[in-house]
Ligand binder design. Structure first.
Ligand SMILES: [Ca+2]
Length: 383
């Protein structure tokens, strides 16, 4: 049976851990099928080498005037105080991408940060209290969607404009890693309550990170909780855990050496997962050792939203800033019409043979309305 073939522009960043040049939005979807197929050739540009080993990281020195003492009087259950300080923000290894440079000096004031990613139970409490409906649970508004697409982009078939989200759906055989639509499916009914689509639930997963969360959803939750999303500078400062110029939250040891360090993709991506870390999808928050500040899963498990717009060139204008809030406008040269926010930390799909999303300096971006199976968040508070 011949079915009409449509080009459906789904606004999302690359699958799991790709770098900037892989972040295309075009996904070809065959009408009536939940499984996208290849749309157009994309350039492989993921890191393929093993991370270099570096000398032992040294402890970050607190700067005069930085906020190192938490405000007293207010309880912050589930949060940890991150002392302020001055640090060098940006790439520290050969895996670093152009948008991680120039490495530059930034100062951040102290803040509280959630020890873990926001869980299903926490998000459920928010929904119960407010009746909030997430972006993934709503039908896409074509009038809004087309504003982020090149002029003249045809409207997709109505059958595709349904409440849906992107679910990891890999092939069972090795494939070229130049087309992430090979392992992502636009699945009707997928949402935070149904992470792999209809028929799947979060029952028994109260302490797993909530996923399929858009930037709007994350912002709404944080506001309800009396908190906010971290800026990109705050997130990276926190991820470094008090170390200096470290590649990962734990230091500089390769992600593949020593004790299991987080929930990543073990094996050959995306077709074979050897399960070394015991988790194929997400893991309960806090399943692996925290970093020096007591923060869990700052590398792997799920990507985490930041407050900032994404601009690939922002670091060239950030030297010496205190508490930078990000650029005034979003700009991603790969998708100049899309409005994107920064996401950080990598996910359970990150694999060292394919990418390095778990590096503390790794920048990624996603459109504000995107939800994915490996995208969540955590909050901060300044008082
Ligand atoms: Ca894993």
């Amino acid at each position: 049976m011949v079915r009409e073939r449509l080009i459906f522009f789904i606004l999302f960043f690359a699958a799991g851990c790709g770098n900037s040049t892989r972040h295309q939005t075009t996904v070809s979807v065959q009408a009536g099928s939940p499984q996208p197929t290849s749309a157009k050739q994309k350039t492989i540009s993921c890191e393929s080498g093993i991370p270099s080993r570096f000398a032992a990281a040294t402890t970050l020195t607190q700067q005069p005037g930085s906020t190192t003492t938490p405000p007293s009087g207010l309880p912050h259950p589930g949060m940890v105080w991150i002392p302020g300080g001055t640090y060098r923000m940006g790439g520290d290894s050969k895996e670093a991408q152009p948008d991680e440079y120039p490495k530059h000096t930034v100062t951040v004031a102290g803040f509280w940060m959630d020890r873990t990613e926001v869980t299903n139970a926490q998000f459920a409490a928010f929904v119960k209290a407010t009746g909030y409906i997430t972006t993934a649970e709503k039908k896409p508004d074509w009038q809004q969607l087309k504003k982020q697409l090149p002029p003249g982009t045809p409207k997709p078939d109505e059958s595709l404009l349904v409440a849906a989200s992107l679910v990891f759906s890999p092939p069972d055989h090795p494939i070229p890693l130049d087309d992430y639509s090979q392992w992502w499916a636009w699945k009707k009914g997928a949402s935070w309550q149904h992470p792999q689509g209809p028929g799947t639930t979060i029952e028994g997963k109260d302490n797993y990170p909530v996923v399929h969360i858009s930037w709007y959803d994350a912002t709404a939750y944080c506001k309800w909780a009396g908190k906010s999303l971290p800026t990109e500078a705050e997130w990276e400062f926190a991820a470094r855990g008090g170390l200096k110029d470290n590649v990962y939250p734990w230091g500089n040891e390769s992600v593949n050496s020593g004790k299991t360090k987080g929930n990543f993709w073990d094996g050959h991506f995306p077709d074979r997962n050897t399960g070394v870390d015991h988790y194929y999808h997400t893991a309960p928050v806090g399943s692996f050792a925290p970093n020096g500040y007591g923060l869990y899963d700052m590398a792997g498990n799920v990507w985490e939203w930041c407050a900032d717009y994404y601009n690939n060139d922002y670091y060239s204008k950030s030297e010496g800033l205190t508490d930078p809030k990000g650029p005034a406008k979003s700009y991603d040269p790969d998708e100049p019409y899309a409005t994107k926010r920064v996401i950080r930390g990598g996910s359970f799909l990150c694999n060292d043979s394919y990418c390095s999303g778990y590096r503390v300096s790794r920048r990624m971006k996603s459109t504000e309305d995107s939800g994915m199976e490996h995208l969540g968040f955590r909050c901060i508070a300044h008082r």
